[in-house]
Design a protein around this ligand. Structure first.
Ligand SMILES: CNc1ncnc2c1ncn2[C@@H]1O[C@H](COP(=O)(O)O)[C@@H](O)[C@H]1O
Ligand SMILES: [Zn+2]
Length: 336
């Protein structure tokens, strides 16, 4: 099964750039940024991917600082983006929607951050057989003014790069920030033609979940606490839930793989896509996530193919790109 899954051309719709670097790539990046690496750095890498029993989401969010340090210069960010694309391409991901929060610091502005990532995407897609889109992220734990700047920049840059900048992601620590305060800027993004991928119901917050469902979205990140009525809503409006099994279990929002809500979504025939979230932090790959789904829920090879086709449908790709992806999947299945 694992060889079939590794070879299968896959679609990754939920991947945060700074969370997606494998340990090997982090080491490569550190070599590039800092030069020769110490034993201490190797130990930090081990700590980065190890989770204490009972770890929670807040613990996860602390981990990102480690990578953010390495991507705090244009050179580091450029290299990190290329490495992330290479890692996904090596796992036979044919289409990737990468999301990342533009950050400003003494080395670069948010505009420079986005331009650096886009330039790396353009080179990465020439070097590897992969199509990559970008969803600039709004981090809910930052001020609304930052979100406004991100959406304004995304809107401007998308005029020159309409094939790359296709949507906006709403993410960050769900214990912080209020969705209602970000709704106006997300509405502006939607009016400018961006698709919205919103982290929704990653924790149990019924008031916010209601607000988000009313607001609407193109895709829902996690959806863990939507409950049966929420799942029915998503099915009615054809909004897929981006399921990230390892992320949810390691961050403690789901207690075990067997109790993951993917099971209910499969039973209800509700829209769903399998994703990694942060394959670096959670030490996984998209192929591993599919393997987990086959082992936990008994999915067959043909059901895995159906899930890829479902992801193609829910991607923010053009109709031509979607057709090309389907042909690639069918060509692979014919060779099996
Ligand atoms: C585990 N579940 C999650 N829930 C919510 N937001 C998450 C997340 N995992 C990652 N992020 C968001 O992505 C950022 C890292 O990538 P970028 O620096 O943007 O490339 C994190 O700082 C957080 O804002
Ligand atoms: Zn996420």
């Amino acid at each position: 099964m694992i060889n079939f899954l590794r070879g299968l051309p896959k679609v990754e719709l939920h991947a945060h750039l700074n969370g997606s670097l494998s340990i090997e790539s982090i080491k490569e990046l550190a070599e590039k940024v800092y030069g020769q690496q110490s034993e201490e750095f190797a130990e930090m890498c081990e700590r980065f991917i190890s989770f204490e029993k009972g770890a929670n989401l807040n613990d996860c969010f602390q981990k990102f600082a480690f990578v953010h340090e390495l991507t705090s210069t244009p050179q580091g960010l450029d290299y990190a983006t290329q490495l992330a694309i290479r890692d996904f391409a090596r796992d036979n991901v044919m289409y990737l929607e990468l999301r990342t929060t533009p950050k400003s610091n003494g080395n670069m502005t948010r505009r420079a951050y986005l331009e650096t990532v886009i330039s790396a995407i353009k080179r990465g897609t020439k070097q590897h057989e992969i199509n990559v889109k970008l969803l600039p992220s709004i981090n809910r734990s930052e001020p609304v003014a930052v979100a406004e700047e991100t959406v304004a920049l995304a809107t401007e840059i998308a005029q020159n790069e309409p094939d790359i900048v296709v949507g906006i992601d709403f993410s960050g620590n769900p214990n912080q920030g209020k969705f209602s305060e970000f709704a106006p800027v997300l509405e502006t993004a939607r009016k400018h033609g961006f698709k919205l991928a919103i982290h929704c119901a990653e924790i149990d917050n019924p008031v916010e979940i209601r607000e988000m469902l009313k607001f609407g979205m193109s895709r829902c990140g996690h959806g863990t606490y939507l409950g049966n009525s929420g799942f029915a809503h998503m099915k009615q409006y054809n909004i897929p839930i981006e399921c990230c099994l390892t992320s949810n279990v390691k961050s403690g929002t789901v207690s075990s793989f067997g109790s993951h809500h993917l099971k209910q979504l499969l039973l209800a025939d509700a829209p769903k896509v399998l994703c990694t979230d942060d394959c670096g932090v959670f030490d996984t790959t998209l192929s591993d996530e599919f393997l987990l789904a086959t082992e936990t829920f008994g999915l067959t090879q043909s059901q895995c193919i159906d899930l890829i086709i479902e992801a193609v449908q829910h991607s923010f790709a053009t109709p031509e790109e979607k057709l090309k992806m389907k042909m690639q999947v069918y060509a692979y299945t014919r060779r099996q």
